[in-house]
Design a protein around this ligand. Structure first.
Ligand code: FHN
Length: 596
């Protein structure tokens, strides 16, 4: 099949999924169509380029373009979804000529590159990646390859990428360019773009590639000084030779720049996880998560669902603790200004990072390989940084299965600098006593010095001092299927889960756990499904509880009841689906809260 037809088919598959509202059905195959081959490891030769991620860990992503001027409100109607897709038929369905004509109205006079670079700096970010051209084909810099660019097609007449490049240099930040190499919805032959030129000549992808794409990648890699990343996106089924050539262009012009994993064919330098995907388990190699401060990437007038500073820190620390990098997006408005709540939340989170830079920059993944009930851990050699997102009852922090001896534990940021925290052990757990009122109100951090490199028993701990959640992702499924699912909540707003479903008679999801305190624990389950479902929870060789609860099409939490662990120690806990639509019942997590 001709590559463009295949590409269109991929876009249609995705659009059909969205149109049909089948938020359940977007599977790995469709993700691969959209994001390309995603698993790759940085090659040894690229190690120098890898430094950006190793040391940086936190970056600013910016989606800003002609679509920002529309802000998801077009001809008197609001459209819900990612703003940069406003042209798409699932959004406002704007034709090419009509969209191009909008450039005359776009005049972002309030764009202030210095303010944006300063915001990134204050937020604690190390580099900025901005859309030089998104799928709409509008270049946000002065391009010779196409007049459809911010200098030639608007009254604004400035090159904001030049201004941003200067501002980044001034503030000591790296700069990267997002470039949509495959999709171009307005240039003849571009992915999902018109099939003919203005004079009616039929053209294919090669025409777009040779007359625009290749030249623009040359431009962005030569006109703005040294750049840190070229962030290609949605390779779809672009022919391999084009990606090879684009990567060569980047290598030739910017030998130190990273190429994003979404270049396609595994030709990028690192892996980009799914949009908005903060992984639950450590991921090997060099990788990043891209996320946004609210729901849309580009500015959407109604989108006020901002992540709080604490949520931002939680998602950042989770990425670093899983071994990766976090790139968090802002969507400036059509006038070029940054929405105030976005700037505010980023700065607040940044203040915390300034207090504890050693927790985030240049640190390694958690030896537990997953979050702990009260928070998460980053590490550097023999030092652990315990980031407490949920303060445990009576202020005692419980660490399951730490086998290396603790030399000392101190709360960072306290006035009494050297005040050591009390540390004791109980049944293989390490217990650290926090002061009753830590000075740090947002996310207290305990620095733990160990006798040697951290060694951890992989058994799951059930912590009586704070709610413990065990994800289905970590369960062993027998007589049931464990599978990853990604879906769009709003158009383009991705969610990801690993769930256990398709339960056969006797099927179960099991976890080996280590219970610190004997007693009753309240059990809740998070699941989705259809109709009423009877769930069972069993402790191997011990208690069994079961209960019927309703279900919802999206993941919701329902109570099941109390279960007793007669003594502290090791157990195998399992969940089974006893009655109801067992094929559809999808378990996401089990939660334990100590009662008595
Ligand atoms: O289609 C784009 C989308 O508009 C946005 O740029 C995101 C950011 O990762 N990438 C694509 C979808 O994955």
């Amino acid at each position: 099949m001709d590559p463009q037809r295949r590409l269109t088919r991929a876009a249609i598959t995705l659009a059909v999924l969205v149109l049909a509202g089948t938020i359940e059905n977007a599977g790995a195959q469709e993700m691969d169509e959209l994001w390309g081959q995603r698993v790759m490891k940085l090659k040894a030769a690229d190690a120098e380029r890898g430094q950006l991620f190793d040391e940086g860990n936190y970056a600013m992503f910016i989606h800003w373009g002609l679509y920002s001027h529309i802000g998801n409100f077009y001809k008197g109607k609001s459209y819900y979804g990612i703003g940069e897709w406003i042209m798409n038929r699932n959004m406002a369905n704007i034709g090419v000529d009509e969209y191009q004509a909008l450039a005359k109205e776009f005049n972002p006079v309030n764009f202030d590159a210095d303010e944006i670079a300063k915001l990134a700096k204050d937020a604690g970010m190390k580099y900025i990646v901005i859309t030089s051209k998104h799928h709409d084909g509008f270049a946000m810099y002065h391009s010779q390859a196409s007049k459809f660019n911010i200098v030639d097609a608007t009254d604004f007449g400035r090159d904001p990428m030049k201004e941003l490049a200067q501002a980044c240099r001034k503030h000591g930040l790296g700069l990267g360019f997002y470039y949509s190499h495959n999709q171009d919805w307005t240039f003849p032959g571009g992915g999902n773009g018109p099939r003919q030129t203005a004079d009616g000549r039929k053209v294919d992808f090669k025409y777009y590639y040779e007359n625009k794409c290749r030249q623009q990648v040359e431009e962005i890699t030569t006109q703005y000084g040294p750049i840190a990343i070229v962030w290609f996106d949605t390779p779809g089924r672009i022919p391999r030779e084009y990606v090879e050539e684009l990567v060569q262009i980047v290598r030739k012009n910017q030998p130190k720049a990273l190429v994003s994993g979404r270049a396609g064919y595994g030709l990028g330098d690192y892996q980009t996880l799914g949009d908005m995907e903060v992984p639950n388990e450590n991921v090997e190699g060099l990788w990043e998560t891209v996320d946004t401060t609210n729901d849309s990437w580009a500015y959407a007038w109604y989108d006020n669902y901002w992540k709080t500073p604490k949520e931002i820190l939680h998602r950042l620390v989770s990425c670093v603790a899983r071994g990766g990098t976090y790139m968090l997006n802002i969507g400036p408005k059509g006038d070029g200004s940054v929405p105030e709540p976005a700037a505010r939340t980023l700065k607040r989170a940044g203040q915390w990072i300034k207090r504890y830079p050693q927790v985030v920059y240049g640190t390694d993944a958690s030896p537990w390989k997953h979050a702990l009930p009260w928070g998460d851990v980053t590490a550097k050699d023999n030092t652990l940084f315990l980031c407490v997102f949920d303060t445990p009852q009576e202020g005692e922090l419980n660490l399951p299965g730490l086998k290396t001896t603790v030399r000392s534990a101190r709360l960072l940021g306290e006035k009494k600098r050297d005040a050591e925290l009390k540390v004791r052990t109980k049944g293989g757990w390490t217990k650290i006593q926090l002061p009753p009122r830590p000075r740090e109100k947002m996310v207290p951090v305990v620095r733990v010095e160990l006798d040697g490199p951290p060694q951890v028993d992989p058994c799951w701990g059930i912590d009586p001092a704070v709610e413990t959640t065990l994800l289905a992702q970590f369960a062993e499924a027998t007589g049931a299927e464990k599978a990853k699912k990604s879906w769009m909540e709003k158009f383009g707003e991705w969610k990801h889960v690993v769930r256990v479903w398709k339960w056969a008679e006797g099927g179960k999801a099991s976890w080996d756990v280590d219970v610190l305190e004997a007693g009753y624990y309240n059990v809740d389950l998070t699941y989705n499904g259809t109709g009423r479902i009877v769930w069972g929870v069993d402790i191997e060789g011990g208690a069994h509880i079961q209960n019927q609860q309703n279900s919802s099409h999206n993941y919701q939490r329902f109570p099941i009841g109390w279960i007793s662990f007669p003594k502290a120690g090791r157990y195998t806990v399992s969940v089974s689906c006893i009655e109801g639509d067992r094929a559809e019942a999808s378990l996401k997590a089990i939660h334990f809260t100590f009662v008595d």
